[in-house]
Design a protein around this ligand. Sequence first.
Ligand code: ADP
Ligand code: MG
Length: 449
Amino acid sequence: KWDEILEALKNEHDISDVSFRTWLLPLKVYSVSDDIITIMIDDKLIGSDSINFIKRKYGLPLKVAIEEITNLNYELDFILESATSNIEVKNEVSPKKEITKKNPYPFLNPRYTFDTFVVGTNNNLAHAASLAVAESPAEVYNPLFIYGGVGLGKTHLMHSIAHFILEHNPKAKVLYVTSEQFTNELIESIRNRNENSSTAEFREKYRNIDVLLIDDIQFIIGKESTQEEFFHTFNTLHESKKQIIISSDKPPKDIETLEDRLRSRFEWGLTVDIQSPDYETRMAILKKKEELDGLSIDNEVMKYIATNVKSNIRELEGALTKIVALSRLKKREVNVELAEEALKDLISPNNQKNITAELIMEIVSEHFNITVPDLCSTKKSRNIAYPRQMCMYLCRSLTELSLSDIGKKLGNRDHTTVLHGIDKVTKDIQKDSQLQNTVEVLSKKISPQ
Ligand code: ADP
Ligand code: MG
């Protein structure tokens, strides 16, 4: 009857699919005695920390549901599976397809939700912690600190938390920013200090909220005034019991330029990591992407990608996109041969990431929310021309390419255009500390360390 009990619980309390999958499905009945039911928690799936959360949040509802279905009154006891034996309980659930709704939150990527997030052994703890925080902001882990390498799903998880909170409480004031935005807005408020009370405005914006998500905190480190301001923001929010969620590429203890007082605060809550996905998780992610994009790809091709693209989920997804694009372009069938051809640059034997114009163009276009073809196009609007000049500047400072090579990469422009672009950015940086910050962040994204 266990399934029945869970089902009743879900319906009565209007528990969302993802919460149900995460917290309730991993529960199994371990033993039943006269008046005690012992419930086993699969801590491999959701971490041993979850026991208290589950007890608190679902203990009573579960008890009530059991009573309803069995007409008997049991006490509940919870144990961790790891404390019982080592039998593996495999938990295959295929998430239902989400109906695509219009995105009401322009600062969030509509595709980054818990429903599209594939849970594997590399990220299950980060996922469980994120969901716990989304369900009970400021009640469980505060701050929640998520760290992991590039392209492993930190931003995806943060957006998922924000979506979840807003969906369940549309009035919640949720603010998601990158640490670069935080820094730039702070610079802006200081610059305008004399004109109006813009520092007060800045503080109002960051302190009068319920949830602050700050992505890529590693990019504010090393800037004293920003750390100072962030420290106060953190304290104000934490003291008034507001949820803070932070992501970074490293754990707090390894961020050298982080002030100790911030480091210790980051460690007040829970720190979880995301590792590189294993083969099965890579396959599951590819399948999810196939489903979301409405594709139908030969399984051998999926295996080929999952075998060869290992460390980064963004590249994993990019590989699939590349293959599909090449097949459309050349009107060829998607098979392993085509996959090999499409991915030959990505899977070169010496997978030493050297800095290329292509890499720079990819990172810059992503940063400014435009596309690589935009960069190479003849479009002259400022929102495209400026990132293009930024590419010229970064290619010049980070690669050995000549002016005319750079011009060729960026849509066959001649070397004087390139020189002009580089000059412009060089001059602007000297006058504009926001721009200087952006260029610094971009350079670090392109060549970490
Ligand atoms: P990070 O912020 O850690 O650099 P992102 O969150 O931007 O990484 O993730 C990179 C890409 O990989 C995104 O398109 C994201 O949707 C996808 N991705 C990452 N982790 C998962 C996952 N577990 N399931 C599905 N997609 C994922
Ligand atoms: Mg990110």
